[in-house]
Design a protein around this ligand. Structure first.
Ligand SMILES: Cc1ncc(COP(=O)(O)O)c(C=O)c1O
Length: 455
């Protein structure tokens, strides 16, 4: 029978996900997968939590939907208050939370909010949003415009705006060829240099992932980087947008990753973990001065989606936060992250493992052809995908990505398990990776004479 569903990739055969329970997804054929990537860094509290399902059903029975141009709802207000309580103190007091249906919509909202903020302030020429190379802020055209992921941009390039990208902060492959701490985080000053050379009078904002998620593979900046970025934005009078769609909601060991460096942005974007996959939900946390530019100006933000602040999605968000609070899950991420790192570190003994990195429960393993020079594998060897497929065979889900080295080359596997992952499960993951990496190193690569000696 021909299929009706439009898949991500017509060339792939996908298993049928039938049921989720805790850290596992079960297929219709009864196969069990350990969800070591939390889908795409989405699942925080685990699958199949009954109380979340109950809260959503209860909300659907009481009020499933009311359009945000006509009503507000207590469930959205409650969730907004709880999210505000998690952000840096400087954003709490008069801050506001704008709910969307996911991360890309959150980015679109932030781009337009930044633009309208400046219009409200009478500075109509500001519209450009600078971003970083090798970043990802979403799939929609505005979000893709500020993304620096070459692969994802390429086919759609004629449809995208080009507002300027600066180098990322990536010490393992420093784009400036420098070494921390002697570099003095010169990569941050790339923003200053761009603003200097380009003229910054039309720049509205700078957007970055505080911990670079998918494209670079769980890259946390060294101390001083984010502080310097915030300083440049402040000095130049441009807004700082922290995209925490992946790194937020506890994933890196703090409610938001900016907390690690004591930085207070003007906006924080969230998504993924906020509802742990139980509902499509995301949004923008706007600091008081951003919201007040609108409330004290024209009064209306000229933007909106049909499903803004969807009551059932917000009920899911509240129920997920209830669970996180009761089980003290945010506090556990750091310790779980340490366990995960300790179990992955031994993988460095393989000649094809270049780096094991990350923060909290957002980790990545980068594969290299030559450990000494850090030369990546040719892209068409699809090393990350091959590892992922082997690990999947062993019943473990990981997230393979290419492009961290030079946009096209550079293979890594992203790991972002639920916060409820246990020590035995971490061991299962490490064992599956060890076997897959050892096998790849031995069979496929040694057979081709393509593997360098271990360094
Ligand atoms: C940092 C970041 N921003 C935005 C997005 C887009 O979110 P969504 O896929 O929910 O639209 C993603 C998705 O991976 C992301 O990692």
């Amino acid at each position: 029978m021909s299929k009706a569903f439009f898949p991500r990739n017509f060339l792939k055969v996908y298993p049928q996900a039938a049921r989720g329970e805790g850290c596992f997804i079960f297929t219709s054929e009864g196969k069990r997968y350990l969800d070591a990537s939390g889908g795409a860094a989405v699942v925080t509290i685990g699958h199949g939590v009954e109380e979340v399902a109950r809260a959503m059903a209860e909300q659907a029975r009481t009020l499933a939907y009311a359009h945000s141009s006509q009503f507000e709802s207590s469930v959205a207000e409650k969730l907004a208050r709880r999210i505000l309580a998690l952000v840096p103190p400087g954003m709490q007091g008069r801050g506001r939370v704008y709910f969307t249906s996911g991360g890309s919509e959150a980015t679109e909202t932030a781009l337009k909010l930044a633009r309208q903020y400046w219009i409200e302030r009478g500075d109509k020429k500001r519209f450009r949003v600078i971003s970083r190379k090798q970043s990802y802020h979403g799939a929609t055209l505005g979000a893709l415009s500020v993304s620096g992921n070459v692969r994802r941009r390429e086919p759609f390039a004629p449809m995208l705006a080009e507002w300027g990208h600066v180098v990322p902060c990536f010490c393992y492959r420093c784009p400036l060829g420098l070494t921390y701490p002697e570099c003095n985080v010169d990569c941050a000053d790339d923003l200053e240099r761009l603003l200097e050379s380009d003229g910054s009078s039309d720049v509205a904002a700078f957007i970055l992932e505080p911990v670079a998620g998918a494209t670079l593979g769980a890259v946390a900046p060294p101390d001083g980087y984010l502080q310097r970025i915030a300083e440049i934005c402040r000095e130049r009078g441009i807004l700082l947008i922290a995209d925490e769609v992946m790194s937020g909601m506890g994933r890196t060991g703090r409610p938001f990753a900016v907390d690690h460096w004591g930085v207070t942005p003007d906006m924080i974007l969230f998504g993924k973990g906020i509802a742990s996959g139980y509902a499509p939900l995301g949004g923008v946390i706007a600091a008081g001065h951003i919201a007040e530019a609108i409330s004290g100006g024209s009064g209306a933000f000229l933007h909106g989606f049909t499903y803004n602040a969807h009551p059932v999605a917000c009920a899911a968000g509240n129920a997920v936060l209830d669970y996180i609070e009761r089980e003290n899950l945010f506090a556990g991420v750091e310790a779980r992250g340490r366990d995960l790192r300790a179990s992955l570190e031994p993988l460095k003994r393989f000649s094809i493992v270049g780096d094991v990195r990350g923060k909290g429960l957002l980790m990545a393993i980068e594969f290299v052809r030559d450990k000494a020079t850090r030369e990546p594998f040719p892209a068409d060897m699809h090393i990350a995908s091959r590892i992922q497929e082997d690990v999947l065979e062993a019943g473990v889900m990981t997230y393979p990505i290419q492009g961290c080295a030079d946009d096209m080359r550079g293979d890594h596997i992203l790991l972002a398990p639920p916060f409820t992952i246990t020590t035995p499960m971490i061991q299962t993951l490490a064992d599956a990776l060890t076997r897959a990496i050892a096998e790849l190193e031995r069979t496929h690569l040694a057979g081709r004479g393509g593997v360098p000696a271990a360094h």
